[in-house]
Design a protein around this ligand. Sequence first.
Ligand SMILES: [Zn+2]
Length: 198
Amino acid sequence: MTTKDTLQDNESLIQEQLRDAKLVELPSELKESPVIHRGDGELDAPMTVKELSSAGYVYVWDSRTYERAPVLYYMLPSILRRRRDDGSFVWTTNDPKKLHERGTFKCLLHKDDPNRKEYNKMGLRVCKKSNIINEFEVKQHMSKKHSKEWQAIEDMKKERERQEDRADQKLLRDTLIGKTGEPPKAPLYVSNKDKNKK
Ligand SMILES: [Zn+2]
């Protein structure tokens, strides 16, 4: 494909998005925080809601972060043509919807898991999944995708709890017997009244 063809393709893509873009109502949250565009090289001045009151606007989504931003309809053509340094388009009028499904919980086998060192010792694989919606879904993911590892992790946790319990009991016993060298604690409060009576 030649450069010209690619440009034409991009142009038809933009035209398509312009055609499909729907004007939207002004949401109340925007009235509270009216900055619509932070301003940068191409669109230097930050836009505010005031300027929108007489013109319709549409939503665009950052094609990477899925961050949504309202823009003036008549500015849409130039906004849709904006590109990153790598040539990819910054904004799209296609609602990715993924935003709502994206979570921030990580698979327990993620490399950043606090127990990773131990998992390495156990020979557990690494999983890259890091967009799980909640803890319940983490468990679902673990039982579906890594059932063996999940079992091993659960066993490890139980074993650790058992050991901690045992250590606690030992400490308690040793303290009572006086093995640790620390005498049992004296009562914290001695009443003065009793002393005065004597
Ligand atoms: Zn996983």
